[in-house]
Design a protein around this ligand. Structure first.
Ligand SMILES: Cc1cc2nc3c(=O)[nH]c(=O)nc-3n(C[C@H](O)[C@H](O)[C@H](O)COP(=O)(O)OP(=O)(O)OC[C@H]3O[C@@H](n4cnc5c(N)ncnc54)[C@H](O)[C@@H]3O)c2cc1C
Length: 227
């Protein structure tokens, strides 16, 4: 049964754990008949007074055929938003799942380029490709501030091997000059620009990388982003 865009599901949290210093994993009940496509997201709110209408988008990170749903969420502790509240929300509490949406879906072989929590839609896609033995020859370029910020480094290394390229924009070293992914970096790591590119991260990251890829010869319909 397809999800209606107006449907609303109250689901119990079954399990939580921190997977790095500010990223928390939630495993929640999956409502009967609930479906999604790897790469899609859902608006979520917390089922507590004062929080029910505060919806925020999060990507599904596990696979549609599993019995539960998984979300991997970066907690912003510096202000009283939804993710800060999620810090104290654990097994037994409830979330509200609102509309499922997202056009960032897998089409054909290509390169994933992610920054920070922008990896989350690709986690479901990569797990799906891996389980169906279609992951070889896909490359992932994953940018983070430091090594401590990477999400699921071990799993990505195991699944993608040498095709997983890490880029750090900051280091905990005095004098380290911020290093972003730029045109030259893409030329050094991408051999062909006539393939698909999946890009996810902060809006400025998506805009910059898309622009560089166009300049380097990628066609508009080969660049797949969340609109
Ligand atoms: C389609 C989509 C899918 C997403 N999937 C995921 C996912 O799977 N996992 C994930 O972790 N994130 C994901 N995000 C991002 C996530 O939605 C946001 O991090 C979340 O909405 C933040 O909610 P919040 O209420 O805590 O912060 P908000 O109050 O909504 O603030 C959002 C941003 O503004 C900044 N900000 C706002 N107010 C302040 C303040 N007073 N002081 C300092 N900073 C401030 C925060 O740093 C934060 O980056 C996704 C986003 C989109 C669009």
């Amino acid at each position: 049964m397809a999800n209606s865009s107006t449907s609303k599901h109250i689901v119990k949290i079954m399990e939580t754990e921190y997977i790095n210093y500010d990223v928390k994993r939630f495993v929640v009940e999956k409502p009967s008949g609930f479906t999604f496509i790897p790469g899609q997201s859902v608006n979520i709110s917390i089922n507590l007074p004062g929080w029910k209408t505060k919806r925020r988008p999060f990507s599904f990170t596990n696979l549609p055929d599993e019995d539960t749903l998984e979300f991997i969420i970066k907690i912003y502790r510096n202000h009283e938003g939804v993710t800060h509240k999620l810090e104290s929300i654990n097994a037994g509490k409830e979330l509200i799942l609102h509309d499922v949406f997202g056009v960032l879906q897998y089409q054909e072989k290509g390169i994933f380029i992610a920054a920070g929590t922008g990896i989350t839609p690709f986690i479901s896609i990569i797990r799906n490709l891996y389980n169906t033995k279609r992951l070889s020859n896909h490359k992932l370029i994953y940018s983070n501030k430091t090594f401590q910020d990477i999400i699921l480094d071990q799993e990505l290394t195991e699944k993608m091997g040498d095709n997983y390229i890490k880029k750090f924009t900051r280091e905990n070293t005095i004098g380290f000059i911020e290093q972003r992914i730029d045109r030259n970096y893409l030329i050094a790591h991408i051999l062909r620009f006539d393939q698909n590119f999946y890009i996810c991260g902060p809006q400025s990251f998506v805009t910059d990388i898309s622009k560089y890829l166009f300049e380097l010869g990628a066609s508009a319909n080969s660049i797949i982003i969340e609109e």
